[in-house]
Ligand binder design. Structure first.
Ligand code: C5P
Length: 226
């Protein structure tokens, strides 16, 4: 296993909590690399669905993880709720998680671009992928608030859903992510909780920055000294 000596900000949390936006903004602020680990599971799931496989079948899911196309990371087709649900199925399969483990560890150990740090968002970054992260956030918000955000995102993509269906789906996905035996979603003991229910993007970012900055600035100073 690679030793992670770069500065790492781990941003975990529930679906549509705002963690991805915050992670991106934190990365831009500090000049760090950013990886949305959820996109990896979505890409694996997309590959399974495209080949007509079953995302909850171990062999199909592992093949999906081995054949996923990184060029599709920015493709809106992996952002649908169908792919999100399938991602949650493939993510519960240990062979899939271990297939994606080294990629995530390597990203953190040697952040692309050669900068001193990386921000990674997901479900198990502070608990499993990088327990020694410099700073850890656990981002959450009320289910109804998150569902409304996701509903609006889907609408913007041209996908019209009943809001109560989005509530039910997000709730079910969080339950599955929190209760699976492997790498369940949970707040690391040393993670700071950030509830974005009543915060707009700017206020949420200011709150996130206030929590992580002292730790990250301290680590940057230590690097310059050392
Ligand atoms: O973050 P996003 O909603 O795109 O993630 C899709 C799914 O991928 C999650 O519901 C979860 O099951 C899985 N995931 C995971 N571990 C991560 C990131 C995502 O299990 N680090």
């Amino acid at each position: 296993m690679n030793k992670v000596s770069s500065i790492v900000i781990a941003v975990d949390g529930t679906a549509a909590s705002g963690k991805g936006t915050l992670a991106k903004k934190l990365a831009a602020h500090f000049g760090f690399a950013h990886l949305d680990s959820g996109a990896l599971y979505r890409l694996a799931a997309f590959s399974v669905l495209e080949s007509g496989g079953d995302p909850s079948n171990e062999a199909d899911a592992l093949r999906g993880a081995q054949t996923m196309d990184f060029n599709l990371a920015g493709d809106p087709r992996i952002r649908t709720d169908i792919v999100g649900k399938a991602a949650s199925y493939v993510a519960a399969i240990p062979a899939v998680r271990s297939a994606l483990f080294d990629f995530q560890k390597n990203f953190l150990a040697s952040p692309p671009g050669g900068g001193p740090g990386a921000v990674m968002d997901g479900r198990d970054i502070g608990t499993v992928i990088c327990p020694s992260a410099t700073a850890k956030l656990y981002v959450d918000a009320r289910l109804e608030t998150r569902a409304r955000r996701r509903w609006a995102e889907l609408k913007a993509m041209g996908i019209r859903r009943a809001e109560q269906d989005v509530v039910a789906e997000l709730g079910a996905r969080d339950e599955a992510d929190k209760n699976r035996p492997i790498s369940p979603l949970k707040q690391a003991p040393d993670a700071d909780l950030l509830d974005t229910s009543d915060l707009g993007i700017d206020a949420a970012f200011a709150a996130a920055l206030a929590l992580v900055s002292p730790k990250v600035e301290g680590a940057l100073k230590d690097r310059h000294r050392g």
